[in-house]
Design a protein around this ligand. Structure first.
Ligand code: TLP
Length: 350
């Protein structure tokens, strides 16, 4: 049993807690004032992250949301536009930050079910010098794609986006909150992915289990400007090495094991697929995220199901219209998966 505070928690991989090795590293971390550039542990994390992602520079930020926001602010000025998916986390769940704080227009294109954006529609959306129009500057992608089911963008697709962007003199930003899940699922080095983007934000505090933090990677000029935005947005931290120390362990020790989360997600998805009352597209279960729906035959409400699961010490989030998302992570092992399947099957009964 591998529970979090006595619960099997499937609400998100953000619920993961720092490992004992992380806690140890946090206690021992050498610290300084990071706004002065003096925190050796933060500097080490930033250097390691840049090297790992194949970029020249990196900046440690408080969250994925701040990483995406600082990146968009750096790529686009007021009145300029980013093209992104209508299912993108940046559009759906980041409080409209880039529009509210940066005056950046967002051109949303319906995502394909696999998380890609149709390239013909991206190309048709690009706008230029006409004074009536917002000027397009950026294409933003997400990999893995959260709302599309943790799907992995194919490398060949990323290459095509890169070429399209180049033809139109646009930049590409990647919301790579779970980029290591994508790399592990593809069985490639993460640089195979990042070679096609100008900037990338990835999260240390999701499947990689660090308690706090994300990193933006890009060119030195890009990162210098993103660092200014981090400060402007109140994200300049002082002795942040206590957090970065956990981030270093996350990068060094927690990436390969993501494969276990993918195996557990698959087992969970297959078990759900066998249950009367559940519809699930197994092809979309590629990493650690599972979305599924209940058929009209199931009469119990999503809230009631969540309550029944809680009685079995299992936390789930009932989504709207009885659509559920389960997320596997280091706090969910294969025995937990069996327990969840038993409890969920029972919870669906009238
Ligand atoms: N996603 C969270 C919720 O906000 C939905 C989750 O539980 O999945 N990009 C992607 C693709 C994300 O999934 C998230 C978090 C973020 C960015 C934002 O990261 P944080 O929470 O660190 O601001």
């Amino acid at each position: 049993m591998n529970m979090l505070n006595g619960y099997i928690d499937l609400r998100s991989d953000t619920v993961t807690q720092p490992t004992p090795e992380m806690r140890e590293a946090m206690t021992r971390a050498e610290l300084g004032d990071d706004v002065f550039g003096d925190d050796p542990t933060v500097n080490r994390l930033e250097e390691q992250a840049a090297v790992k992602l194949g970029k020249e520079a990196a900046v440690f930020v408080t969250s994925g949301t701040l990483g995406n926001l600082a990146s968009l602010l750096t790529h686009c000025r007021r009145g300029e536009e980013v093209i992104l998916g209508d299912q993108a986390h940046i559009f759906r769940y980041e409080a409209g930050g880039s529009s509210a704080l940066g005056g950046i227009a967002q051109f949303q294109i319906p995502n394909n079910p696999d998380g890609t954006l149709p390239l013909d529609r991206v190309e048709a959306a690009i706008r230029g010098d006409d004074q009536h129009e917002a000027r397009t500057k950026l294409i933003a992608l997400e990999n893995t794609h959260n709302r599309c089911g943790g799907t992995v963008l194919p490398l060949s697709y990323l290459k095509q986006v890169r070429e399209l962007a180049k033809r139109h003199n646009l930049k590409v930003h990647l919301d790579g909150a779970r980029i290591f899940n994508a790399a592990v699922a593809l069985g490639v080095d993460v640089q195979e992915i990042t070679q096609y983007v100008d900037s990338v934000t990835f999260c240390l505090s999701k499947g990689l289990s660090a308690p706090v933090g994300s990193v933006i990677c890009g060119s030195p000029e890009f990162i210098a400007q993103a660092r200014r935005y981090r400060k402007m947005l109140g994200g300049g931290m002082r002795q942040a090495g206590v957090l970065a120390a956990a981030g270093i362990v996350a990068l060094e020790k927690m990436i390969e094991r993501l494969a276990e989360d993918h195996v557990n997600a698959r087992r969970l998805a297959e078990g759900l697929a066998d249950m009367p009352g559940v519809t699930i597209d197994l092809e979309r279960v590629q990493t650690n995220i599972i979305y599924f729906d209940l058929t009209p035959q199931v009469k119990v409400t999503g809230e009631a199901i969540a309550q029944r699961m809680l009685e079995h010490h299992i936390k789930i989030l009932p989504g709207p219209a009885r659509r559920f998302r389960f997320v596997t992570h280091v706090g969910v092992d294969h025995r937990d998966v069996e327990q969840v399947l038993l409890a969920f099957n029972a919870a669906l009964k009238d």
